[in-house]
Design a protein around this ligand. Structure first.
Ligand SMILES: [Zn+2]
Length: 321
């Protein structure tokens, strides 16, 4: 065994095998598909090349003949203004698509976990801001879950609450929670066979949930299915056709129109909750400050209907445009 050369090989870092110049080519292609470089500062196409970046020579610089400003391949994107080379950001995005934790990514890329955390937070935040807003119609389901989320990594917020930091894992209040009780509700809306929309809320009072529902689900002909929880009691008033299942009575699906198919249920959104729980599992101790970005990223992944390596193109396209 000892003489087998395979045991003498040094560990190869995947980063060293990736060509930074190719990463820039990909970025230019996604940003300016017709090869026509546009100034991100004023929108003009009256642009000339203007040398390369000093620290990263693969990065092309440009001069805009209209607004007279200078920019480069990354200006105005989340990848701009950092010391890590572009290939590191792209690899980081790729591993995020595989739902790896910061620690796992740090190990893969031989980086410090804090650096990776900074990168993934920026990427997740930008995806959350830029993702298209879901519009649901036809048949939709609404439900809520409660996710334990404290103030990890945010001692200021803990101080404000007037309590000491925790040494043990946060367990969360029993039953239905609130943001205050460190078990914020997440409201989920899903179109059957379509997109999903998730939002973390302070509580699930009717007046809290109404604007999010009305801003997401098209009123008029949409049939909305929920359980019997009374926060959903005014959906008809808000302009929807509303049908609910009564879980308390042991009812999980009901055939109301008599076609032999039990259409009144919330199984679609409940299936999504189990996907969400397993998606969040590798990322231990997500704080309530960061949970909205995890939800936003999950929503994006779900709605583009792509997983793993196929997700990278969708993610880069969103981040660059
Ligand atoms: Zn310009």
């Amino acid at each position: 065994m000892k003489n087998n050369p395979i045991y003498l090989e040094p560990i190869i870092n995947i980063q060293d095998l990736i060509d930074n110049a190719k990463c820039y080519e990909v970025v230019r292609k996604l940003r300016w598909p017709d090869g026509n470089v546009k100034c991100p500062l004023c929108g003009s196409s009256h642009v000339i090349r203007h040398g390369h970046d000093e620290t990263e020579p693969e990065r092309q610089k440009y001069h805009c003949k209209d607004c007279l400003r200078y920019f480069d391949d990354l200006t105005g994107t989340v990848f701009s203004g950092h010391h890590q080379p572009l290939k590191t950001w792209i690899l980081c995005s790729y591993f995020m698509g595989l739902n790896q934790s910061n620690l796992q990514i740090a190990k893969e890329l031989d980086l410090n976990e804090d650096d990776v955390q900074n990168m993934t937070e920026k990427l997740r935040g930008d995806v959350t801001v830029k993702k298209p807003k879901a519009k649901l119609e036809g048949e939709a389901e609404i439900d809520e879950v409660y996710i334990v989320a404290g103030h990890k990594g945010n001692p200021e917020a803990v101080k404000k609450k007037g309590r000491k930091g925790r040494r043990n894992r946060l367990k969360g209040a029993r039953g239905r929670g609130t943001l205050e009780k460190e078990k914020p509700p997440v409201l989920g809306m899903i179109q059957r066979g379509g997109d999903v929309s998730l939002i973390m809320l302070e509580n699930v009072k009717q007046e809290t949930i109404a604007p999010f529902i009305q801003g997401t689900i098209v009123v008029g002909n949409t049939v909305v299915y929920t359980d019997e929880y009374n926060i959903y009691g005014r959906l008809c008033e808000w302009g929807y056709k509303h049908k609910s299942v009564c879980h308390a009575k042991g009812e999980y699906a009901r055939d109301e129109d008599g076609d032999g198919f039990c259409e009144v249920h919330v199984n679609t959104i409940e299936g999504l909750w189990s996907l969400l729980r397993s998606w969040l599992r590798p990322h231990r101790g997500i704080s309530q400050e960061k949970l909205p970005h995890y939800l936003g990223f999950f929503e994006f992944v779900h709605n583009v209907r792509r997983r793993g390596k196929a997700l990278l193109a969708s993610m880069l396209n969103l981040l660059l445009n």
